[in-house]
Design a protein around this ligand. Structure first.
Ligand code: AMP
Ligand code: GLY
Length: 424
């Protein structure tokens, strides 16, 4: 099979490494991929948002199957366009990707179908939003409606911050058209859990749970980032929580999307908060999470390509999706200064024996050398029988990978270990 994977980050590297385990995956193209992915796939410099370019490439190279991984091409209708060319895809059509593409849509969906989430108000003009924040409970969470690289969420601790957040999103248009509408929602508290799932619109199969570390600094301080590290499984996600999420959130979401004529097929990601009132949805993503995928897929024992094909063919119910009982830890090595301002172009050294455990996100190849080329550069991933061992091994791996200007958190997994009553 000739497979095309759209995207070029650590998540795509994890997907490609896993797809390669199936001998049917003869050739894998990554559009655009990156300098590290080039070791595992043929990288072609077509941007993930260049839908015309992706379609032209797919047609010309007689692609048999396409996996569209990032949010933007999904929301832009990449799957719809490839399907029109007769190419089967893994990923939702645009009308279903809207579950991530518009927070106003997802909040209204949850309200209509009684799916537990933070109470909210939605505004399409700044004056009403500003009037609302004068009297709402504080802290409050202000969110741009559309995609904003995971940065369109502001947790306002004071009324002043809430006013500023509305102005930044709706008047200064910091996130462009994504800020035409704003969602202002209740501040929830409790441990956060990420659950990715496979669904073909008929069946939903949750993957192993994980825990992201979104803030830039140790002890969950500093700015929000795309994710500085992950562990799986998430110790807060007990069997009881899982059972309740299935009943109150996962199955109702699949049914709600079907009822709206927006059947979701692909990876549906649930960002959950386990509050004192039970689990609630913080956000939906229409795709695999990054860096969640880097810890979830290494624990998948079943064949990823077969599962994806079963999702596309609506045969998921009869397909094995088995995870090992082990633990995984991913420590992201970033460029110092991320997520604000950082230098690039430093040579990366990875011992050859470790290459299979390094998931590259922001790097390019130049004269045979791998150079840093982004904020998040790579993820060091290890699995082990215990969480403590996985964390220790991941940090040992970090100490063997080098580039100038490297920055990483030192406490990935600490919260999860504490929740298990263990220490590092
Ligand atoms: P999102 O991009 O929607 O996942 O939001 C980013 C982060 O903001 C989440 O991972 C949470 O930590 C936090 N957050 C979002 N919504 C809420 C909320 N209603 N209450 C508390 N924290 C929230
Ligand atoms: N790690 C969160 C996300 O992929 O959106």
């Amino acid at each position: 099979m000739r497979i095309l994977v759209v995207g070029g980050g650590g998540r795509e590297h994890a997907i490609i490494k896993k797809l390669r385990e199936n001998p049917k995956a003869e050739t894998i193209y990554a559009l655009p991929g990156n300098g590290g992915i080039a070791a595992d796939a043929v990288c072609v410099p077509v941007k993930a948002t260049d839908i015309d370019g992706i379609c032209a490439f797919a047609k010309e190279h007689q692609i048999d199957y396409a996996v569209v991984a990032p949010d933007d091409p999904l929301v832009l209708g990449c799957v719809d366009r490839l399907q029109e060319l007769g190419i089967p895809c893994f990923g939702p059509e645009a009308k279903a990707a809207v579950i991530e593409g518009s927070k106003a849509f997802s909040k209204e969906l949850m309200r209509k179908y009684g799916i537990p989430t933070a109470a909210c108000e939605i505004f399409s003009d700044a004056a009403s939003a500003l009037a609302y924040v004068e009297s709402c409970a504080i802290p409050v969470v202000v969110k741009a409606d559309g995609l904003a690289l995971g940065k369109g969420v502001i947790i306002a601790q004071t009324r002043e911050e809430a006013r500023d957040a509305v102005k930044t999103i709706m008047q200064d248009k910091k996130f462009g058209k994504s800020g035409d509408k704003v969602v202002i929602e209740e501040f929830l508290e409790g441990p956060e859990v990420s659950v990715l799932s496979f669904t073909d619109g008929k069946t939903i199969v949750p993957m192993i749970s994980s825990m992201d570390h979104k803030r830039a600094g140790d002890g969950d301080t500093g700015l929000n980032t795309g994710g500085m590290g992950t562990v799986a499984p998430n110790p807060y996600y007990t069997e009881e929580a899982a059972e309740r999420c299935m009943r109150e959130i996962f199955l109702p979401t699949v049914a709600a999307m079907n009822a709206e004529g927006r059947t979701f097929k692909g990876c549906l990601y649930f960002g959950l908060m386990l509050t004192a009132d039970g689990p609630k949805v913080i956000e939906y993503n229409c795709r695999f999470g990054d860096p969640e995928t880097q810890v979830v897929l290494p624990l998948l024992e079943s064949d990823l390509l077969e599962i994806m094909l079963a999702v596309t063919g609506e045969r998921l119910a009869g397909t094995e999706v088995r995870f090992s009982g082990r633990h995984a830890c991913c420590v992201v090595m970033a460029s110092d200064g991320y997520p604000v301002k950082y230098a690039k172009g430093f040579e990366i050294s990875i011992p050859e024996a470790d290459a299979s455990k390094v998931y590259v996100a922001g790097a390019r190849l130049e004269d045979g050398k791998l150079l840093t080329d982004g904020g998040r550069v790579l993820g060091c991933v290890e699995t082990a029988d215990s969480l403590a061992e996985a964390v220790e091994k991941a940090y040992a791996l970090v100490s063997r990978v080098h580039f100038d200007n490297e920055y990483y958190r030192h406490d990935i997994g600490s919260r999860a270990l504490a929740a298990r009553g263990e220490e590092r």
